[in-house]
Ligand binder design. Structure first.
Ligand code: NAP
Length: 555
């Protein structure tokens, strides 16, 4: 079991204690008091007294640290003054459980080292103390070049009860190296990647036996880049349920920080089939997997995750800019245990990677199935011969056009750049089966032509985008062109929940399908593929809508 620690940058005793009480009520196991804002060095008796009170009245066991400026903190006083303070805290009636001292401090002089060792409990110290030493190393620039050397030096120090390594993770591979370090540990060890690329190391600490992970009280009290909140780590990532056998899934993309997928898939794993509560839960976790744009980073990262002997990587959602790369990876591995589902082959892109019970791998495109099944439901199960207009000619449009034409619809792809639509239509027509409907290309002016279904596959109307607040097409013109018919209006954009296009359609009394429904539908298909169970779609839907309503972002 790994502990959950809330780091607190203390600016006053009362605030520090209140925050620690908050951490306890949220379910943290311990707190780390960073005292470099309240203690300023030699002669700061008031600061020292505050530190004593903080530790004595702490509602949770605590780590005390006084981070120097060179290790990302604010302390620029004398080293021996802060070590003396640690010593007096350790000797007090209510000592801290741990003090954290940087390796760099420890190595600075034999005298400092001696002073630290006198302040903590270890076999070589005859004093009866209850405070242990965490020996730490931080690098905010990236993986230190001398990482292995640093570890060797730390491991050679018997007075250190816990070793801590934290550096800015630049890739998923950095996380895997941290996991390997944990697997080889000779004593309790903390190994964490900072920054968005390191979140995986924080969440998966229990899987690899990490001593603890840090989580902040609130997004505004984060003490290191990429730190999740206590709520996220406990509720979204179900930290307490992660163990060495937990299977790992994730979303591969760039950027990925605002993806809604971890929220819903982790909730799905926690709910299992939904019938038996915890007993039904699936031992799996879903984490963001940021992978830099380009084929090489994608190929290398997926390869090392699959090959890692203890990661139990079992599948992933794939989003921009890697959907084509996922298909290419599978093509290169075809015959080598990889299979390409018809939807991925037809869409020319895959949004899902899944391992099968027999150890083989599958890539598929659940976006296509989601678009087709939602459209089918809205059109009374009848797509054959119906006219469908698709606005846009990118990845989503491609999945929509191929899926709907294969279901028998007569498709027109309307795009700002007509040549792109023409190329896409020609390519999809060429690969179509004999039962498929035709696909034509046109400019945006044809987007309001008579049709049973109109789908926006452009980012127009997306919150935070260049065309926020705009409608992808003129609904009044669409209504006029359709006479008595009421076409279904489908927007793939899901943030905001009701885009300007959908709002106009609703006001014109047209049936609508929103992007959140598509997002949930494609995610539910992924979940079913990974787990062999039906997804709790009602839960996915509720979580996505709640998050989007509260101003959360999408992928
Ligand atoms: P993409 O490959 O970048 O394609 C974007 C398309 O939109 C291009 O055809 C582009 O036209 C067109 N476009 C961009 N800006 C435009 C503008 N101002 N006016 C007219 N056309 C414009 O993107 P994508 O991957 O297909 O994604 C498109 C949308 O689908 C995104 O907003 C995404 O949120 C949504 N989506 C939703 C889900 C879901 O689960 N709900 C899943 C996937 C995608 P040009 O060719 O002229 O550049």
């Amino acid at each position: 079991m790994s502990l959950l620690c809330v780091p607190l940058l203390v600016d006053g005793v009362e605030n520090g204690l209140a925050a620690a009480a908050g951490a306890r009520s949220l379910g943290a196991d311990l707190v780390e008091y960073r005292i470099d804002h309240i203690f300023h060095g030699e002669g700061d008796d008031a600061g020292a007294a505050d530190a004593h009170r903080l530790v004595a009245e702490s509602p949770l066991p605590c780590i005390v640290t006084c981070r120097t400026t060179e290790e990302g903190g604010d302390y620029d006083g004398d080293d021996s003054a802060r070590i003396s303070l640690f010593e007096s805290l350790a000797a007090s009636e209510h000592p801290p459980r741990y003090i954290d001292v940087e390796l760099s401090t420890f190595q600075r002089s034999a005298n400092l080292r001696q002073k630290v060792k006198l302040a903590v409990d270890h076999d070589g110290n005859p004093r009866d103390l209850r405070t242990s030493l965490i020996l730490s190393s931080h690098d905010f620039a990236g993986r230190p070049r001398d990482l292995m050397q640093r570890i060797a030096v730390m491991r050679a120090e018997p007075a250190a009860k816990v070793l801590k390594l934290a550096f800015l993770a630049r890739s998923i591979r950095d996380n895997l190296e941290l996991f390997d370090l944990l697997s080889e540990r000779d004593r309790p060890t903390i190994a964490l990647g900072m920054g968005p690329s390191g979140l995986m190391s924080r969440v998966l600490a229990p899987k690899f036996g990490g001593f603890l992970t840090f989580a902040s009280l609130a997004p505004t009290t984060v003490t290191a880049p990429g730190q999740p909140t206590v709520g996220e780590i406990l509720n979204t990532y179900r930290f307490r349920s992660i163990d060495r056998d937990t299977r790992v899934y994730g979303v591969i993309g760039h950027p990925i920080a605002h993806s809604l997928s971890p929220l819903i898939h982790n909730a799905g794993f926690g709910a299992g089939s939904g019938a038996g509560g915890d007993a039904d839960a699936i031992n799996a976790v879903y984490v963001p997997m940021p992978v830099a744009p380009g084929w090489e980073p994608f190929k290398a990262t997926l390869g090392v995750m699959i090959d890692h002997p203890r990661l139990d990587f079992s599948g992933a959602s794939v989003t921009l800019p890697h959907k084509e790369h996922a298909l290419r990876f599978a093509r290169e591995q075809e015959g080598n245990g990889w299979r390409i589902d018809g939807s991925a082959a037809r869409a020319g892109a895959a949004n899902t990677i899944a391992t099968r019970a027999d150890g083989t791998w599958l890539v598929t495109n659940t976006d296509m199935d989601a678009i087709v099944s939602l459209s089918r439901e809205a059109l009374a199960d009848d797509l054959r011969g119906r006219r469908a207009t698709i606005v846009g000619a990118g990845g989503a449009a491609r999945a929509a056009a191929a899926g709907l034409a294969d279901a028998g619809a007569v498709v027109t792809i309307c795009n700002r750049t007509v040549e792109t639509a023409e190329r896409l239509a020609a390519e999809l027509n060429e690969g179509a089966g004999s039962e498929a409907g035709s696909i034509e290309a046109a400019g945006l002016e044809k987007a309001t032509a008579p049709a049973a279904l109109v789908i926006n596959c452009t980012p127009v109307g997306m919150a935070g985008g260049e065309h926020e607040g705009e409608s992808a097409l003129d609904i009044e013109a669409l209504v006029r062109a359709n006479g008595d018919e009421r076409p279904v209006v489908f927007d793939t954009v899901y943030n905001p929940l009701e885009t300007p296009l959908l709002r106009a359609a609703r006001l014109a009394d047209l049936p609508t399908i929103d992007g959140a429904s598509m997002f949930v539908r494609q995610a539910a298909a992924q979940f079913a593929l990974w787990t062999g169970r039906e997804a709790p779609t009602w839960l996915f839907d509720r979580l996505v809508r709640e998050r989007l309503r509260s101003g959360g972002q999408g992928e």
